[in-house]
Design a protein around this ligand. Structure first.
Ligand SMILES: [Zn+2]
Length: 251
């Protein structure tokens, strides 16, 4: 980027010097157009995300109401079971129904988070945010204020390496790696993002888990992008994308 502003050097031939301004201006016009197209794409995605989340919010309200209803029924059935009026089988069925309704609620919440994560990843596509590069040992104050941190790594990475990241995480934190997208998902297809060689982990980069994961990826040379938010200033969409950045596939 800096090169664009470097004055033509003294050693450049006269012919070249004549052609440079025209070429430079064509190049900078093309870049400006591409930048505008990316900004527009991100704006569209932000709008689509808001609409999509609004529809999920309605679905969430319905499903949460179902949980309340099924939970109240279940409480009544428990009393009937205690009084010996209904069978164990009936109470077990009711219990399973409640578990299912709660899982449906969790599923909608996951879909909402996935939408925010995708919006966060469009920051990289668009380069709306400054492009901080993770420098081991650098003061973290600088990167802490930014929307995301990008580390390019040196290792060849594939989704097959996910298992060793998972085992590090399990041994350190005693729970499974919260993977919210493994490779290409339906949402990526829908909005035209290539996410085939990447996975998203739903941890905040500044959390203890996030910091441990970042340290591990960096020591293993695995590329990642750690997102603090989807929209600068917001608290939505934090996650760690492992792999090279996903790109919008323009059609
Ligand atoms: Zn991702």
């Amino acid at each position: 980027m800096l090169l664009l502003f470097v004055a033509p050097g003294a050693g450049v031939s006269a012919q070249r010097r004549r052609s440079t301004p025209a070429t430079a201006s064509a190049t900078s016009a093309a870049r400006a157009a591409a930048k505008a197209a990316r900004a527009k794409a991100r704006e569209d995605l932000a709008k689509a995300t808001a609409e999509y989340k609004a529809s999920l919010q309605k679905l969430l309200a319905l499903r949460e109401a179902n949980v309340v209803k099924v939970s109240a029924q279940h409480d009544k059935l428990k009393e009937l079971f205690t009084d010996g009026i209904i069978s164990r089988r009936e109470i077990e069925n009711s219990d399973a129904a409640l578990v299912e309704e709660r899982a449906k609620v969790a599923d909608v919440r996951r879909q909402m988070e996935a939408a925010d994560m995708m919006l966060a990843e469009s920051l990289v596509e668009d380069e709306v945010a400054p492009l901080p590069v993770f420098v081991p040992g650098a003061p973290t104050d600088h990167v802490r204020r930014t929307a995301y941190i990008r580390y390019n790594g040196f290792a060849s990475w594939s989704l097959a390496d996910a298992a060793r990241i998972e085992s590090m995480f399990v041994s350190k934190f005693g729970r499974r790696l919260p993977i919210s997208a493994f490779g290409q998902t339906e949402l990526h297809n829908r909005w035209g993002y290539d996410h085939r060689h990447a996975m998203d982990v739903g941890v905040h980069p500044d959390s203890r888990e996030g910091q441990a994961l970042i340290a591990y990826l960096q020591s293993a040379g695995i590329p990642f992008i750690a997102f603090r938010q989807a929209v600068p200033g917001s608290a939505s969409g934090p996650h760690i994308h492992i792999g090279r950045p996903s790109h919008k596939v323009y059609r």
